[in-house]
Design a protein around this ligand. Structure first.
Ligand SMILES: [Zn+2]
Ligand SMILES: [Zn+2]
Length: 311
């Protein structure tokens, strides 16, 4: 480990090339089977006995390709290194090889675009998409990994994808990419959909480009003051699914203003830059809670009002 936390690397073509063999994938699966039995280290003979391979020299040839990239060798045998574990888990999860299927699921919700209360969840281009039945508005889109559909009802698949995305989002807006662990840069971005421009809380990974975003209202809903506000009214805000958010946030006020940036201007002759500042008034059960959101997604409580006229 070096002091500045740099990482060493193997050329990507070498790493992926090392996987271009049925036998080498079978070696990784052998480690997966061993792991289920609580075993991490396998001897040459144990690997040989587990595989349908012609000779020990053939196995040596394949292990040479994997060693240093996905396997490390010690006195007691072979072990997967971290990259080897990642690949083994991707093989087991079917991430690169399986296409999930999902039967359309009818839901009820509140459309922000029309009075319709019937939604449909379907698989569209590999994504799980919830749309309004009436106007076709896309309410939310989830990543649909192959493993998510195995052994679950359609409803349970939707709930699992929702939980996964919420978790991913919460980690990313905290500055860490849930995909690769890299640094995520957060911001408020104005996005247009269905003729309306709304502020979104966005996190983009500097390393792998993984991008997550949610309407600022969804972001504010994670704040402890908002969770407590709803909890007093008997609602667990932490359990509201993304596709069911419109039911709650329809009554809110969300306003965006451009304010002077705290960052110093790049040069003396440049005017100070501006950044968006969002004010949000959360409303429920005749009460309101006013909050503000900075460009770096920091949420502050501005005030509360029990009369329902706050904001
Ligand atoms: Zn609609
Ligand atoms: Zn990343």
């Amino acid at each position: 480990m070096t002091e500045d936390a740099e990482s060493s690397s193997v050329p990507a073509a070498d790493a992926f090339g090392a996987l271009a063999s049925e036998h080498r994938i079978a070696v990784l699966r052998t480690f997966a089977d061993a792991e289920r039995d609580g075993e991490r280290t396998l001897s040459f003979t144990e690997i040989y006995d587990a595989l349908d391979i012609d000779s020990t020299s053939q196995l040596s040839y394949h292990l040479d390709h994997l060693e240093g990239v996905f396997l490390r060798r010690s006195e007691s045998g072979y072990e997967l290194n971290r990259a080897g574990e990642d690949v083994m888990r991707a093989v087991l999860a079917g991430s690169f090889t399986e296409t999930p299927s999902f039967e359309p699921l009818a839901l009820s919700g509140e459309c922000p675009g029309c009075p319709e209360t019937a939604f449909d969840a379907t698989e569209e281009d590999g994504l799980l998409t919830v749309r309004c039945d009436g106007c076709g508005m896309r309410i939310v889109t989830y990543d649909l990994p192959p493993a998510a559909v195995v052994g679950r009802s359609e409803r349970a698949v939707l709930e699992a994808c929702d939980r996964r995305v919420r978790h991913e989002y919460a980690v990313a807006v905290g500055g860490t990419c849930a995909n690769c662990g890299g640094r995520a840069v957060v911001s408020v971005e104005q996005r247009e959909s269905h003729g309306e421009t709304d502020p979104y809380a966005v996190a983009v990974c500097e390393r792998c480009n993984h991008r997550v975003f949610a309407p600022v209202a969804a972001h504010v809903l994670f704040h402890p003051a908002v969770v407590a506000f709803y909890w007093r009214h008997g609602v667990d805000a932490t359990a509201i699914a993304f596709w069911d958010l419109p039911r709650y946030i329809e009554a809110w006020d969300v306003d965006v203003a451009e304010v002077e940036s705290n960052d110093p201007p790049m040069s003396a002759d440049r005017s100070p830059s501006t950044e968006p500042s969002v004010s949000v008034t959360v409303r429920y059960g005749g009460e309101s809670l006013a909050l503000s959101l900075d460009a770096d997604l920091t949420v502050s409580v501005v005030g509360t009002d029990g009369s329902g006229n706050g904001g």
